[in-house]
Design a protein around this ligand. Structure first.
Ligand SMILES: N[C@@H](CCC(=O)N[C@@H](CS)C(=O)NCC(=O)O)C(=O)O
Length: 206
């Protein structure tokens, strides 16, 4: 039995829901309220040593970090190549996303969603200055490649696309990135892909 701890707007948790859907795996979903501090509850800290979602609990054992969960679930499926070089390439993109993009996109987005964009303007500008170079590198790659690794969609595309699709919500000007724009369409056309918030329209995901 699989159990996913997530939160409604978390892009990292969204990655896991997409892959679970694409693999056709049933799971129990427990959605925490981050604004109420539910990730810091003692009962959750037993499961999540870093006090963050997502956490996937597999036969009673928790896996933390979205990249680790994706790698575990994708093992033996078309979403993670067998070839060792291509696997290293997948991991390279996963690490790049965490180091160069994830916080630089997620924090401005949270500040915008919580109505703090004006008060935290300087923080947002600093994070944008960190995030744009990563987006430019990603776009540069995508202008000459259909997928991030090899010739097909992998968890690298899935993992990178989540926060990149949400960057506009954090005030990033995404109109300048044609390679990213076309790739996001290809990613979202993959079988089993799910919206961040199923009940909302496309604008909530983009
Ligand atoms: N590197 C982690 C980042 C996870 C993360 O930042 N999770 C956020 C939500 S997207 C969280 O749980 N924050 C704790 C909180 O706001 O209380 C991953 O990829 O899973």
């Amino acid at each position: 039995m699989l159990r996913l701890y997530d939160s409604r707007l978390s892009g990292n948790s969204w990655k896991i829901r997409i892959l679970l859907s694409q693999l056709g795996l049933a799971y129990e979903r427990i959605t925490l309220d981050l604004q109420k501090g539910e990730t810091r509850e003692p009962s959750f800290l037993q499961i999540s040593r870093f006090a963050r979602v997502p956490v996937l609990v597999l036969d009673g054992r928790p896996i933390v970090e979205s990249g680790a969960i994706l790698l575990h679930l994708a093992e033996g499926t078309p979403y993670l190549p067998d070839d060792l070089y291509l696997r290293a390439e997948v991991m390279g993109w996963l690490f790049f996303e965490q180091a160069d993009l994830q916080k630089a996109i997620a924090i401005p987005r949270v500040l915008h969603l919580r109505g703090l964009a004006h008060a935290k303007k300087q923080d947002i500008e600093r994070l944008h200055a960190e995030g744009y170079p990563g987006l430019e590198k990603l776009d540069h790659w995508l202008l000459s490649h259909t997928w991030l690794v090899g010739e097909s969609y992998t968890i690298a595309d899935l993992a990178l696309s989540a926060y990149v699709a949400l960057a506009g919500q954090g005030g990033y000007d995404m109109a300048r990135f044609a390679g990213i724009r076309d790739w996001l369409v290809r990613v979202q056309e993959q079988r089993g892909w799910v919206r961040l918030i199923p009940e909302d329209g496309p604008a909530a995901d983009a």
